[in-house]
Ligand binder design. Structure first.
Ligand code: SAM
Ligand code: SF4
Length: 360
């Protein structure tokens, strides 16, 4: 846990040093509150919330099979979570993504979506999901105000899908994609974590081929090391360069499409394809300069960088009666200390949490 030392008064930097963002515009946050901005001038406008660390799958790259989940008492209750979203929104956060664990298994998830969608200042609300429950839930979630979903699918091969997820059925994900399209949760983004010797050959090609006919964005993710399975994750990572090379060997040179430096996915298109391909190269070519994200863990800690252990406890002060203004100050001070980037190249791995507690 980091010390929540105050950010220096009146010293919010206005320009970023050497960065594709160039000058940072300081917009007032809703309600005239101070804006969450970090020591490097990055505006913090994106909150990713792990609704639960529990999951109905056990993907090999995410958690061990015998993963122990948090007790219910340790998780944020609905009203606590919504209070923290209001605090974040009052400081200029306008984008929220719900993740997990598997966010769709959280009780009351539709009502949580509705309440967040109605929070003043929140203009974009999305979810990352394995899709297992989406066939039934896509409609209600969309009606409650969810705008988009990212659906995880690491291979189209039913047997390999079963192996990677330890017991999942890929047909459930196909149904999820159809349900999400029917509910208007667009554009559809499909996430695939590429793992050496699991899905790094024809599986990538099959997924890339989907973009020829469908207006989907298929994103290949470099596997990141966390928690207790870092040996497996580091040994079996497939780099962005390698993935791109394999796809180009089949489809020819990929065309670059507009890169906004804020989305972590580097976007490309197979010539003539309806959809796009993206690569999330967090390990080998991180995108820290455009990162305006902070995360809320299921147990109410503000995680300042996915790949660093730095966190600020918000739930304990909230349960001890902290006021809205005090929570705002904790969040501002925490956000100010957001680290520039991860330390994987220096061998620093954030081992205090597994991916399912952070949500990606
Ligand atoms: N259960 C949901 C799902 O799988 O989409 C949401 C939570 S999951 C932790 C969020 C994203 O993180 C998924 O796209 C998943 O594939 C990705 N992910 C999990 N473990 C990862 C790892 N070690 N490295 C990179 N991405 C990972
Ligand atoms: Fe569950 Fe998502 Fe982790 Fe897979 S990646 S085990 S679906 S939380």
């Amino acid at each position: 846990m980091i010390q929540t030392t105050p950010r220096p008064a009146g010293s919010i930097p206005i320009t970023l040093l050497e960065s594709p963002l160039g000058k940072v515009r300081i917009d007032p946050a809703p309600g005239g509150a101070p804006l969450a901005i970090d020591q490097f001038g990055r505006r913090i406008n994106y909150l990713r919330i792990s609704l639960t660390d529990a999951c109905n799958l056990r993907c090999v790259y995410c958690m061990p099979e015998d993963m122990q989940f948090m007790s219910r008492a340790d998780l944020m209750r609905d009203e606590e979570l919504l209070t923290l979203v209001r605090v974040a929104a009052s400081l200029g956060v306008n984008k929220v993504r719900l993740t997990g664990g598997e966010p769709s298994i959280r009780p009351n998830v539709v009502e949580i979506v509705r309440a967040i969608a109605q929070t003043p200042g929140i203009t974009d609300l999305a979810m990352t999901t394995n899709g297992l429950l989406l066939e039934k839930m896509a409609g209600p979630l969309a009606q409650a105000g969810l705008k988009r979903v990212n659906i995880s699918i690491d291979t189209l091969n039913p047997e390999k899908f079963h192996t990677i997820t330890r017991w999942g059925h890929v047909d459930d994900v196909w149904r999820a994609i159809s349900a999400a399209e029917a509910a208007g949760l667009l554009p559809i983004k499909l996430n695939s974590v590429v793992v050496r010797n699991f899905n790094d050959r024809e599986d990538m090609i099959d997924l890339a081929r989907l973009t020829l006919e469908n207006e989907w964005d298929v994103r290949f993710i470099e596997m990141m090391p966390f928690g207790e399975i870092t040996d497996f994750q580091q040994t079996n990572v497939v780099t962005y360069a390698e993935m791109k090379q394999r796809i180009e060997a089949v489809f020819g040179p990929l065309e670059e499409t507009t890169y906004d430096y804020v989305d972590p996915s580097r976007p490309f298109r197979i010539a003539g394809a309806a959809g796009t391909l993206g690569f999330i190269s967090s390990v080998t070519e991180p995108f820290c300069q455009g990162c305006g994200r902070v995360r809320l863990t299921a147990d109410g800690k503000l995680r300042l960088c996915l790949l660093r252990e730095d966190e600020v406890d918000l739930l304990t002060p909230l349960r001890q009666g902290a006021t809205f203004a005090e929570l705002q100050q904790l969040m501002l001070d925490g956000a100010y200390h957001k680290p520039w980037g991860h330390g994987l190249a220096q061998g620093l791995v954030a081992g205090n949490r597994a991916m399912n507690q952070l949500g990606g």
